[in-house]
Design a protein around this ligand. Structure first.
Ligand code: RIB
Ligand code: CA
Length: 315
């Protein structure tokens, strides 16, 4: 297992983002410095509220920052209410929200935290990459301070918004282009592996046996998530995309990575937002990313179970 890692989590909660927060929140291997929120699965007001609700429900004293509410250039904000519901986190019932978001903007939080660091912070993104890209453009000095970027997004095979493109990338392909051309180490956790992390009913039942707030939240979230994933994609268990990034940081052996040159398609129409991963090195271009090509699903679910147990007994 890896030692404790400092991370910034940039996300668009979203059911699977919520489980990523859960997994990172009390892990002995992760130091969750803060959560910056972006529009994605739902509009920004909703994703911020959802991040605050998850932290409050789990008793996580983690600062939450409001980031960007629309893509860098593209003028249409795409959301995913068909999967995550009107609130973006349909399913659980939360107590009245008392946790407050921080005053500082999410992009400024990313800049200030990285500039003040020793260069030992991993930036994890599980939504559109607008906040990180804006931070890079506003303050390029942060780029050498980023230890690595671990992102949920893309696919070297099929997309999930179009045949070519995955949601986190297509919703702000320009932002993804900025990050993938930044020169920092990138670990791309795409649909190629997260579509194997299917949260079947037996997984929900397994985690539901853990009698604490995290176990209850997992069941409430995944019950709704599985219903919509079945309606939209026909899955028997919804693919739990975002927590795979955190599981990787907890134990890197959960994923198999392959170095590739990845280019974001920001020009075409049909394939706009595709992560063009040069699996066979046809281009001769220097690889700029470590792309996940396989996942140890048994190890992944054990990490998830350990993460839920980390919240102790009944709360
Ligand atoms: O394509 C799946 C990704 O898009 C996940 O991060 C999900 O939460 C949405 O943001
Ligand atoms: Ca997400």
């Amino acid at each position: 297992m890896n030692s404790k890692k400092k991370i910034i989590l940039d996300c668009d909660p979203g059911h699977d983002d919520a489980i990523a927060i859960l997994l990172a929140g009390k892990s002995p291997y992760i130091d969750l410095l803060g959560i910056s929120v972006v529009a994605g699965n739902q509009t920004l007001d909703k994703t911020v509220r959802n991040a605050l609700n998850v932290c409050q429900y789990l008793g996580l004293d983690v600062p939450v920052y409001r980031g960007c509410g629309q893509p860098m250039i593209r003028d249409k904000q795409v959301t995913a209410g068909d999967i995550h519901g009107e609130s973006g986190l349909d399913g659980p019932v939360f107590a009245p929200l008392t946790k407050k978001m921080e005053e500082k903007h999410g992009v400024q939080f990313i800049i200030d935290t990285l500039l003040a660091s020793e260069g030992d912070i991993t930036v994890v993104t599980t939504g559109p990459m607008t906040n990180l890209a804006m931070a890079m453009r506003l303050c390029p000095d942060i780029i050498p301070k980023i230890k690595e970027v671990v992102l949920m997004g893309g696919s070297y095979q099929l997309g999930n918004v179009t045949p070519a493109a995955e949601f986190n990338i297509i919703t702000d392909a320009d932002a993804a282009h900025v990050v993938f051309t930044s020169g920092r180490k990138i670990v791309m956790v795409g649909l190629d592996v997260t579509r194997n992390a299917l949260c079947y009913p037996e997984i929900v039942a397994r985690m539901g046996k853990i009698e604490n707030a995290a176990g209850r939240l997992f069941v409430d979230l995944m019950t709704f998530f599985n219903k919509t994933q079945k309606e939209v994609f026909g899955w028997e268990g919804g693919p739990l995309h975002d927590p795979v990034t955190i599981a990787y940081l907890i134990d890197t052996s959960v994923l198999t990575l392959k170095e590739m040159y990845t280019e974001i398609d920001i020009r075409s129409v049909q394939s706009y937002g595709r992560t063009n991963c040069d699996f066979f090195h046809y281009s001769g271009q220097e690889p700029n990313s470590f792309v996940a090509v396989d996942i140890d699903t048994e190890k992944f679910w054990n990490i998830v179970e350990d993460g839920i147990r980390g919240y102790g007994k009944v709360q």
